[in-house]
Design a protein around this ligand. Structure first.
Ligand code: HEC
Length: 101
C-alpha cells in the first residue's frame, strides 16, 4: 500500500512539473531570439487576468496582425492592465509570430 502511494505521489509531481511548461512554451522554443525573449513578457501580461487559453483561442480565428493588435489594444485599455503603449507593439509582434508560424 505504501508503495502504491509513493508511485501516485511521484506521478503527481511529474504532472505538476510538466504543467509549468505549456505547449505554447514548447512552440516559442522554436522562435528566433527576440521573439523568445518577448514571450516572457507576453505570458506575464496576458496571463494575469485570465488564462492564456483565451488568448490562443482568439489567435486561431484572427486573420492578420491587425486583428491581433485590436485585441492587445483592447486589453491594454482595461483599468489596471499594466500594459504600456510600447508593450502593445511588442506583445502584438510576439502573438503574431505564433499566429503566422
Ligand atoms: C486587466 C485584466 C486583463 C489583462 C491584463 C488582459 N485581459 Fe484579456 N480579458 C480580460 C477580461 C475581463 C476579458 C473578458 C471579456 C472582455 O471584457 O473583453 C478578457 C477577454 C479576452 C479575450 C476574449 C475575447 C474578448 O475580446 O473578449 C482575449 C482574446 C483576450 N482577453 C486576450 C488578452 C491578451 C492578448 C492580453 C495581453 C495583451 C490580455 N487579454 C490581457 C481582462 C484582461
Amino acid at each position: 500500500m505504501r508503495k502504491l502511494f509513493a508511485v501516485l505521489a511521484c506521478a503527481c509531481l511529474l504532472a505538476a512539473g510538466c504543467a509549468t511548461t505549456s505547449r505554447w512554451d514548447a512552440e516559442y522554443e522554436k522562435a528566433p531570439e527576440p521573439v523568445r525573449t518577448d514571450w516572457a513578457l507576453t505570458k506575464q501580461r496576458c496571463g494575469r487576468c485570465h488564462t492564456l487559453e483565451k488568448v490562443f483561442l482568439q489567435l486561431q480565428v484572427d486573420n492578420d496582425r491587425q486583428d491581433v493588435l485590436w485585441t492587445v489594444e483592447d486589453m491594454a485599455r482595461k483599468p489596471g492592465s499594466g500594459i504600456t503603449r510600447s508593450e502593445v507593439a511588442t506583445i502584438t509582434d510576439t502573438l503574431e509570430w505564433y499566429r503566422a508560424r
